[in-house]
Design a protein around this ligand. Structure first.
Ligand code: SF4
Ligand code: SF4
Length: 409
């Protein structure tokens, strides 16, 4: 309680965070603002407010987008405050059906290798259409999860434990954190990352014992499970001479950078940031005369603070027109498990992002976080558009001039 109170007491109630808070913007309710939530936690930690469903609901409605933390002149550690509060009020039985399933997939209790063929069969056999027509996902309380399923066009590839550099000179070794949902639903980003990293001179290691980053458990208040997952990853990536541990999803990357093990945390970089710092891509990319909309995930902007690297990386592709979404763009509502637990608010926030994305025609929408990509991708399909969402490294891999072309530097 002392820690909670000490962090909450840092807030000077100036309200400068309020215009940045998506839940306050949508509700106009002080209890749904950062300042209001901090005051509630302060009263709880000080013993003036009893724990109640109403209290935990206001805290749980927070997206943990960290927009308030970025705007706060008093540097209130808002994310830590919310995580600590949730761990004090954590109840094992409160997760929805959809979230429980995702947690089991994330920590390996349900085998991803077994589930992916079933998901492909569900999509390609016509079962998905029938199930949706019968409203089965809704009846089974799985609709917020089922809608996220992207088209699984190709069978899963079994990934090796390591891939050697394919360039003439080897620059070093990197670890690749694949992420639990990425490995299941977005293998094209993983294979693209491997092909780019090996082409620019790095041996890429994918330890088979790596697991979920722990963000789902931690933000749910389950510190014990989060700690176990963090320890597993720290051990998995305890490999000599790693220049970096590369994340392909900013939601995971922001969690990995917060690990208490500095040997691990200090090495974590988002892949775009890594490529800007450690790879020479000049004259290695073919021109691409198309237009893209660039989405910036909150975790990349407000926590990892490496959003500028994505635009700089994509700008290396000749002839590519990059149109970022509006600078006022707030959280898309995915926010880890938020889209599963709070589908109404998640949908309201998604609408704003989709409206912004669809103001101008584009060939792709680019996002650096798997959660946002799935949520936005589902929204685009629901609106009947064929705009697809890609990770930036997929475009880079497609445009990379291969060593066989004889143009490798
Ligand atoms: S959280 Fe920061 S910005 Fe918001 S009211 Fe408190 S001190 Fe002001
Ligand atoms: S983390 Fe985001 S949703 Fe939560 S209070 Fe801060 S700005 Fe609002």
């Amino acid at each position: 309680m002392d820690n909670l109170l000490a962090d909450a007491d840092l807030c000077v109630k100036c309200g400068l965070c309020l215009p940045h808070c998506p839940t306050y913007q949508k509700t106009g309710d002080e209890n749904e603002s950062p300042r209001g939530r901090i005051a509630l936690i302060q009263a709880f930690a000080g013993g003036q407010l009893e724990p109640s469903t109403k209290l935990t609901d206001h805290i749980d409605n927070c997206l943990l987008c960290h927009a308030c933390e970025r705007a706060c002149p008093a540097v209130v550690p808002y994310g830590r405050l919310i995580d600590n509060f949730r761990s004090r009020t954590y109840s094992k039985h409160k997760s929805s059906m959809a979230l429980s399933l995702v947690k089991k997939l994330a920590d390996g209790s349900i085998s991803q290798a077994a589930i992916r063929p079933s998901l492909r069969f569900y999509q390609h056999s016509g079962w998905q259409k029938t199930a949706r027509w019968l409203k089965l996902p809704k009846l089974l309380q799985l609709q917020p999860l089922e809608r996220l399923l992207p088209p699984l066009t190709s069978p899963a590839i079994e990934l090796a434990a390591s891939y050697p550099a394919t360039s003439k000179s080897v620059k070093g070794n990197v670890g690749l954190f694949t992420g639990c949902l990425g490995a299941l639903l977005d293998q094209q980003t993983i294979t693209a990352a491997i092909s780019v990293l090996t082409a620019v001179g790095y041996n890429v290691h994918l330890p088979s014992t790596q697991t979920c980053c722990g963000a789902l458990a931690q933000h749910d208040g389950d510190q014990l499970s989060a700690g176990q997952l963090m320890a597993t990853n720290s051990n998995a990536f305890a490999i000599d001479d790693l220049t970096a541990i590369i994340s392909l999803a900013s939601g995971c990357g922001s969690q990995l950078q917060a690990y208490k093990d500095p040997q691990f945390a200090d090495k974590v970089l988002d892949i775009s940031d890594f490529l800007i710092r450690h790879a020479d891509l000049s004259e290695r990319l073919k021109p691409l005369p198309i237009s893209i909309r660039l989405h910036t995930p909150c975790s990349l902007k407000n926590i990892m603070r490496s959003d500028a690297a994505v635009a700089r990386l994509l700008a290396k592709i000749p002839d590519l027109t990059i149109r970022p979404l509006a600078s006022t763009q707030a959280c898309c509502g995915s926010a880890g498990s938020y889209m599963l637990e709070h589908p109404k608010m998640a949908s309201l926030l998604l609408d704003d992002v989709l409206d912004s994305a669809l103001t101008e025609p584009a060939d792709y929408l680019i996002s650096s976080n798997i959660g946002c990509a799935l949520h936005i991708g589902a929204g685009l399909r629901e609106r009947g558009t064929n705009l697809t969402v890609l990770h930036p490294v997929v475009l880079i891999a497609r445009q990379l001039i291969s060593a066989e072309d004889g143009t490798e530097k």
